[in-house]
Design a protein around this ligand. Structure first.
Ligand SMILES: [Zn+2]
Ligand SMILES: [Zn+2]
Length: 291
């Protein structure tokens, strides 16, 4: 039997270059792929050996801290207070249509807002950017290894948006009592707070997701895997919205973000990352490659 060649798909240098910095310590321990090809004169055979390290859920960078949980709790509380003001105002005035329409507007505009924010953090800034640097780095990491978002714990994934939601909604809770206004604020803020969870679910498989989540995705109330998958495929400049994804079609067909990128480039001379920096193709956990 003639044995050979032993072939690794990536050299060690290549692997380390592509691992997000925040994940490197644990990823470096073992995650790699290699294939061994064996041949005999009479009957060639091929075996693929895949060695995978322990689940990334043990990676501390993906785990929730008490600080994360407190911010998520604070965000949920401010949203709940806003929602309660809208409901109690409805009972007091017996006017329900206006706050319901305001809530619907909040839901629709939150999807647009998620797309604009996602586009900005995907394309501009870095980890040193004031206020959003951490999230910019998280976005870059997500595009290096998309599937790892499913390994992030709940509060770890939501705490950044929870901070923004808390700081935005708390003053509004204290300053305003108008129930129509709070119909808009509570729905908008709820969608902003949970958009990263919707994003996580868009990376899940139907067989693993709760049936209610699958039903919400199927009727289009939250972004589905089918809608989000195109965001991680060439040319990497589409489907930025991650609440319902309802704005993606109109934004992509009108080339809204591409036009905005051209304006930014002409005015400031800054190129978006989507012009120069191809991201990873959509990969599943089982398709171990450069993650
Ligand atoms: Zn992205
Ligand atoms: Zn994604």
């Amino acid at each position: 039997m003639a044995v050979v060649p032993l072939q690794t798909k990536h050299t060690l240098r290549r692997i380390t270059n592509n691992i997000p910095t925040s994940y490197r310590p644990s990823l470096l321990r073992l995650r790699f792929t290699c294939s061994v090809t064996t041949t005999t004169k009479s009957r060639p055979t091929r075996e693929n050996l895949v060695i995978v390290n322990p689940p990334l859920s043990r990676d501390t960078a993906l785990q929730s801290t008490w600080s994360h949980r407190l911010w998520v709790s604070a965000g949920c509380t401010t949203v709940f207070v806003s929602f309660a003001k809208s409901i109690t105002g409805g009972f007091g005035s017996n006017l329900w249509l206006e706050p319901a329409l305001a809530g619907f507007a909040g839901y629709i505009l939150a999807d647009l807002g998620s797309g604009a924010y996602h586009w900005a953090t995907d394309n501009y800034g870095d980890k040193s950017t004031p206020l959003v640097g951490t999230h910019v780095q998280d976005s870059l990491d997500h595009h290096e290894c998309p599937w790892t978002i499913t390994e992030r714990q709940f509060a770890n994934n939501l705490h950044f948006m929870a901070r923004g939601t808390t700081l935005m909604v708390l003053p509004l809770d204290l300053a305003f009592d108008d129930h129509v206004f709070h119909g808009f604020v509570s729905t908008f803020a709820f969608c902003v707070l949970f958009c990263q969870q919707f994003h996580v679910w868009a990376h899940g498989t139907k067989s693993e997701l709760p049936p209610l989540v699958v039903a919400l995705q199927d009727i289009g109330l939250i972004v589905s895997r089918e809608r989000h998958v195109e965001h991680h495929r060439a040319p990497y400049n589409k489907n930025y919205c991650v609440v319902s994804g309802v704005w993606n079609k109109v934004l992509d067909e009108s080339k809204f973000f591409e036009a905005l990128e051209m304006v930014v480039y002409l005015k400031l001379g800054v190129k978006p990352r989507s012009w120069t920096n191809p991201n990873s193709e959509w990969r599943e956990e089982t398709e171990i490659s450069k993650c």
